[in-house]
Write a protein that binds this ligand. Structure first.
Ligand code: SF4
Length: 71
């Protein structure tokens, strides 16, 4: 089990995460990334996942470095 942590306060809304990993990420109405089915905890969203899959690539591709993966 792993966890994606998205720090929305740093997100610049570039859309890269959604492009490389639509399985877990999408742009919300506020123009910032959100986690599909994630727990919204104000500026930080979390999602527990079974497989890291494309989330690793999203974390490495994010220009604002606001996506973190915890194993
Ligand atoms: S790649 Fe990073 S900065 Fe760009 S939309 Fe996703 S979380 Fe936000």
């Amino acid at each position: 089990m792993a966890k994606i942590i998205l720090d929305k306060s740093k997100c610049v809304g570039c859309g890269v995460c959604q492009a490389v990993c639509p399985k877990y990420f999408e742009l919300g109405q506020d123009g910032k990334s959100k986690l599909k089915k994630g727990k919204n905890n104000s500026d930080k969203e979390e999602l527990e996942i079974d497989e890291i899959d494309c989330a690793q690539e999203a974390a490495e591709s994010c220009p604002a470095q606001c996506i973190h993966i915890e194993n």
